[in-house]
Design a protein around this ligand. Structure first.
Ligand code: FNR
Length: 371
């Protein structure tokens, strides 16, 4: 269908499912084991209802914010997700160009199909990019990578901490690689070296994180990363309140509450539930670092709910892959427009004109699951 007929993120996903290669769909849409965390990520948002305030002037409405001090037209960023080229020849560059034009921030995956320099080169001069780091087990190699990223002008390091070993993603493992997928989509790490060969039975993700550090610790890894870069550090994949507190103690600049879109530990709590508990029991944490969330964000109201509970911004993974796979750069532009429209409509009906108006008293958690 023409883009003008696309109304929602679900519409974009449906077009992607029908049009992108089967392997791309299997890799993007799959999650761990029985995909419970994946489904619950999205369902968790539906247990939060609004207490809308009326008779507030809302003709002026500004959904913009800052993320680590950088302006963002929406409280939304691209969560780094690997191998965008599996679904479209321009892959991540579709996302870079559309997000640059719309002034939102892209977090570039360590396992992008285009290299970090290629993606930086496709960005506008003033465009802000963040980098998602899978830490190599060799500190010297990892440090060099971080320095290269800093020199390329990336503005923050999101260290992924929830993927120390590959998980079991059966729909991905079952789906065979087609020759053209291998030619177009797979980064060299997948094909190089005997270790990568060993990883082939683990599914796509298993092969991609073969050389990663499985022994990262609070004591060792955070000070190490601080010693190699001046960039802000965000921990991607914090999954409980206790670790959010440790992150604040460790002095990182932010945490991304995430269970990797349900793709790592099956039965990891939905990030929206973790955010709710953190806000309820430890509101002081939100003034020590920026808190973000990703996983299951599909509507403007999801974004608003997360902001009400203290998130500074939210990330989306799959929706960007689907949008670029289905319609290239124009699909990503459409996705951002849809989120903007849904967000400003939601904010106005809630009685909020800026993100500062989004406060905990505007949402209520119910203990029943809507159908
Ligand atoms: C991911 N994600 C991910 N995370 C990461 O730190 N490094 C990576 O390379 C990838 N790769 C990746 C590939 C694909 C296909 C998906 C779907 C996800 C996780 C991603 O950053 C994010 O946490 C989730 O995608 C958020 O959930 P939603 O928005 O997809 O529901």
């Amino acid at each position: 269908p023409p883009l003008s007929r696309i109304l929602s993120l679900a519409d974009l996903e449906a077009v992607a499912k029908a049009t992108i290669p089967h392997k791309a769909w299997s890799y993007y849409s799959s999650a761990s084991d029985d995909e419970i965390s994946f489904r619950e990520n999205e369902r968790a948002f539906s247990r939060f209802f609004f207490r809308a305030r009326v008779l507030r002037a809302v003709s002026w409405c500004d959904p913009s914010t800052t993320i680590l001090g950088y302006k963002s037209s929406l409280p939304v960023f691209v969560s780094g997700a690997a191998l965008a080229k599996l679904a479209h020849p321009l892959g991540e560059l579709n996302i870079t160009r559309a997000s640059g034009a719309a002034s939102i921030i892209q977090m570039v995956s360590s396992n992008s199909s285009f290299s970090a320099p290629e993606i930086a080169a496709a960005a506008l001069p003033s465009q802000v990019l963040f980098f998602q780091l899978y830490k190599h087990r060799n500190d010297a190699i990892a440090a060099q990578r971080v320095r290269d990223i800093e020199n390329l002008g990336y503005k923050a390091i999101f260290l992924t901490v929830d993927a120390v070993v590959p998980s079991n993603r059966e729909r991905d493992i079952r789906s065979p690689w087609e020759l053209e997928d291998i030619e177009t989509g797979v980064p060299p790490v997948y094909e190089e070296g005997p270790e990568a060969q060993d990883g082939s039975g683990l599914g796509t993700a298993g092969a991609l994180i073969m050389n990663d550090d499985r022994d990262m610790t609070w004591e060792k890894t955070i000070p190490w990363l601080r010693s190699v870069t001046r960039l802000p550090i965000v921990l991607k994949g914090v999954q409980c309140v206790e670790d959010a507190l440790l992150a604040a103690q460790a002095g990182v600049d932010g945490i991304l509450l995430s269970n990797h879109g349900g793709r790592q530990l099956e039965y990891a709590l939905p990030p929206m539930e973790v955010l709710y508990r953190l806000r309820k029991d430890h509101p002081e944490v939100f003034s020590k670092l920026e808190v973000y969330l990703d996983g299951g964000v599909r509507r403007g109201t999801d974004i608003i709910k997360a902001l009400c509970l203290g998130a500074k911004a939210v990330g989306l993974g799959r929706p960007f892959l689907y949008a670029q796979g289905a319609y290239g750069e124009a699909g990503v532009t459409k996705l951002i427009r849809i989120l903007e429209r849904e967000m400003t409509t939601g904010m106005r009906l809630l009685g909020a004109s800026t993100t500062h108006d989004l406060t905990p008293d505007l949402v209520e958690r119910v203990d029943w699951q809507p159908q």
